[in-house]
Design a protein around this ligand. Sequence first.
Ligand SMILES: Cc1cc2nc3c(=O)[nH]c(=O)nc-3n(C[C@H](O)[C@H](O)[C@H](O)COP(=O)(O)OP(=O)(O)OC[C@H]3O[C@@H](n4cnc5c(N)ncnc54)[C@H](O)[C@@H]3O)c2cc1C
Ligand code: SF4
Length: 320
Amino acid sequence: MRAFTYERARSPLAAAAAVAGKRGARFIAGGTNLLDLMKLEIETPTHLVDVQDIGLDRIEPTDGGGLRIGTLVTNTALAADPRVRRDYGVLTRAIVAGASGQLRNKATVGGNLLQRTRCPYFYDTNQACNKRKPGSGCAAIGGVNRLLGVIGTSDACIATNPGDMAVALRLLDASVETVDGQGKTRTMPIAEFHRLPGDTPHVETALQPGELITAVTLPRPLGGRHLYHKVRDRASYAFAIVSVAAVIQPDGSGRAAFGGVAPRPWRVEAAEAAMRDGAAAVAAQVFAGARPTHENAFKVPLAERTLAGVMAEARAENRA
Ligand SMILES: Cc1cc2nc3c(=O)[nH]c(=O)nc-3n(C[C@H](O)[C@H](O)[C@H](O)COP(=O)(O)OP(=O)(O)OC[C@H]3O[C@@H](n4cnc5c(N)ncnc54)[C@H](O)[C@@H]3O)c2cc1C
Ligand code: SF4
């Protein structure tokens, strides 16, 4: 690990100004992703600004009937919140499908949204990786890529976004609130937060340097059955090969978003008009234009079958 300096910020604006004002500075929240990457020298910040003392650790109702979740709310606290469990069950289910209890106790909302890919070549500094070292190539294309992306990828990068919580937030049409080093705030739909790789896979989000996530807001509840199915290589403590977050209404209409398949949570709103026609009809639209590799083509039918399983479970729950 390389040497770095450290400070604890006392307010959101102080944190944002500290990072914006110093080249090589980074925020640190729970540290569960950033510290691992620093130990491997994949990330080499020269200065860390700890945001754990800036407040922003509460979940509050919004005027619009939704919830505003401070960026420092831990994954454990968010999943356990009675309002989230009652009205946004898909979010609770997605969070508890991720990582381990100890990690979720430290992991924060903002840090979770910004966790880096789990592409094995990204972690091996002897390998070419455009995301880690822009312009160096991509060892995963033509390499071992069974777990990588099938849609939304590019000729420069085929990595997936590994998160679970983000898939549920995309399904729920959450928004991300931020503040920059000058105190300017903005709110963006989560659909615009994660970027597709294109020619610049190292640029993963719409955040500007030094811009701090302050909160995530949820619109008013959708009702319906909330489900999250995660398919992985072992029963727990593993990232998704494919995941499906869904909210399904008693008449079979609803929404679906997919994880483990793309560089960002993957949702095609237009396909949801076909929810009552079954999983095949939805998946045909969601995965139109997919570019799987020879090793991961199985993900497309797996995603369809996972959605079919979610739909069947919702039907069974509605009958019960
Ligand atoms: C063994 C292991 C298994 C895991 N399994 C899963 C899994 O199955 N599913 C899953 O979804 N996740 C999984 N994770 C990832 C875990 O959820 C993330 O590490 C965690 O959510 C990151 O949150 P953090 O607060 O610790 O972030 P940090 O490590 O502190 O920060 C991560 C990044 O976010 C930035 N950042 C943090 N807060 C802010 C902010 N407010 N504004 C702007 N930038 C910010 C930091 O600068 C850094 O770049 C796993 C992690 C490990 C180590
Ligand atoms: S898929 Fe992306 S993260 Fe993986 S090696 Fe290629 S450029 Fe790097």
